[in-house]
Design a protein around this ligand. Structure first.
Ligand code: B12
Ligand code: SF4
Ligand code: SF4
Length: 386
């Protein structure tokens, strides 16, 4: 209740957000983004790689001023939704890849957007007035971690993740801009980083993607390489990708703030099946177009084209170090996309599959032939690992 005896609108908003299943929610004032300069410096250093949309003036300017997104905005509601941290244990010995945890269930963009729209509707009903609002998640030009930290949802950690103590970093963030005057629920001073002297995440990154604590060079990050980057993956980074097919969780897996059970994740974000978490790479390499469409329907995986997914599958198969991957990779040599064939060649090279590589030496595409030539001399590939 406010001092006048009527319900406090901010408390009402937070109560509705919690009732809708958000694990954390806070209200922050409309003010300049605090770390905009860090974002601009990150772009200027080229660390965004091919994510050119981030550097467009419209995106850069909007990240500085929330009112660009909703002129009438009077408050920002920041929320966090937890996803499942538990890895399923498959009851077989198939060659399995890994999908990052946030992408194993219903696409969080859809879940978050629907939930934010529901929040706006219920707030309007509760306050008895129409509410102009704008939901934002991920691709909207909002410095999401900055605002979540400003709202006291958690602290920015050395791996650049927003860690919400109690729930950890396995949370996705969302924001709702509203034209209602709401008292902030967060103190003006955001939570301080709590990493202390720990640097496990920085040391665990297989591609050395951290320039320093709090600064990531996206161009080296497996998440970027498998999702955002749609061209040829630099040769020197392929082995370090391991069996990640979509995203990477390594710098979160080692974090002590993610140890233990955590809070129950959102039901819609739970893995749909083992295949959506740890897919059978051999089956995925041969999956038909319609079957793939069904498999990725309403998941974040639908965001990458089929040839990019198969490129990732080829790299992961090469990194299994297991000769059982060779027939699947040989199948990928017949894929119409040179992008897929280039990576299949590399993977066959990793597995020492000389006969298959020799067949690819006559490929119609110059890049594929160059990839064959970049493998060790074909004479070195006489025997196949067992
Ligand atoms: C581009 C992008 C990426 C890029 C670059 C990531 C990066 N670290 O910059 C790539 C493709 C690599 C990526 C990967 C992932 N992403 Co991403 N990504 C984004 C996106 C669209 C923009 C991020 C951005 O602006 N980066 C530029 C840097 C400069 O900004 P920043 O990461 O926010 O970093 C802040 C801090 O580092 C801080 N800072 C700078 N210097 C200092 C110094 C100190 C001392 C401190 C305390 C802070 C600090 O200032 C920055 C601005 O606030 C956001 C959504 C959004 N609109 O914000 C999602 C987002 C950050 N991603 C998200 C997720 C889930 C991931 C992955 C976990 C997915 C996965 N499993 O594969 C990985 C995690 C990799 C990692 N360690 O960051 C979530 C993160 C949720 C959380 N708990 O933090 C977001 C918020 C999307 C969402 N709506 O939930 N992502
Ligand atoms: S997501 Fe993986 S590759 Fe990217 S910074 Fe973290 S550990 Fe490194
Ligand atoms: S692993 Fe250590 S340094 Fe990295 S985010 Fe977690 S607490 Fe911070």
């Amino acid at each position: 209740m406010s001092s006048s005896g009527s319900p406090d609108p901010s408390a009402t908003v937070i109560a509705i957000a919690r009732d809708l299943g958000f694990h954390r929610a806070a209200i922050v004032p409309i003010e300049p983004a605090r770390r905009h300069a860090a974002f601009v410096a990150w772009l200027a250093a080229g660390r965004a790689g091919a994510m050119a949309y981030l550097a467009t003036p419209a995106h850069v300017d909007a990240r500085a001023d929330l009112r660009t997104l909703l002129g009438a905005a009077r408050a920002l509601i920041v929320v966090a939704l937890a996803y499942d941290r538990v890895d399923p244990i498959p009851a077989d010995a198939l060659l399995r890849g890994r999908i990052a945890r946030y992408a194993r269930g219903e696409d969080y963009h859809l879940v978050m957007r629907d939930r934010l729209v529901a929040l706006a509707d219920r707030v309007a009903t509760a306050l008895g007035r129409p509410v102009a609002s704008r939901p934002c998640v991920d691709s909207a030009p909002v410095l999401e971690r900055d605002w979540a930290e400003r709202g006291g949802l958690g602290f920015t950690a050395k791996n650049t993740m927003l860690i919400a103590p109690g729930v950890g970093s396995y949370v996705v963030l969302g924001e709702l801009l509203v034209d209602i005057e709401l008292a902030p629920t967060a103190p003006d001073t955001p939570p301080k980083p709590r990493c202390g002297t720990c640097r496990r995440c920085l040391d665990a990154c297989p591609t050395a993607a951290f320039v320093d604590a709090y600064v990531l060079d996206a161009r080296r990050c497996i998440s970027y390489l498998t999702i955002e980057h749609h061209g040829v993956i630099p040769r020197e980074l392929r082995a370090a990708i391991g069996t990640w097919v979509f995203g990477c969780d390594l710098c979160q897996e080692v974090c002590p703030f993610n140890a233990g059970g955590g809070e129950a994740p959102d039901a819609l974000l739970r893995p749909r099946s083992v295949e959506h978490a740890l897919p059978d790479l051999v089956a995925l390499a041969a999956i038909g177009t319609n079957q793939l469409r069904r498999h990725v329907r309403r998941t974040a995986l639908r965001r990458i084209p089929r040839d990019v997914l198969l490129r990732n599958v080829a790299v992961a198969l090469g990194n299994t170090g297991d000769a059982r991957a060779i027939p699947a990779l040989t199948g990928l040599l017949a894929n119409p996309s040179p992008l897929v064939r280039v990576h299949a060649v590399w993977a066959l090279g990793q597995l020492g599959a000389g006969a298959e590589l020799r067949a690819a030496a006559d490929d119609a595409d110059a890049d594929v032939r160059a990839e064959v030539a970049a493998c060790a001399p074909l004479d070195n590939f006489d025997s196949v690992p067992g």
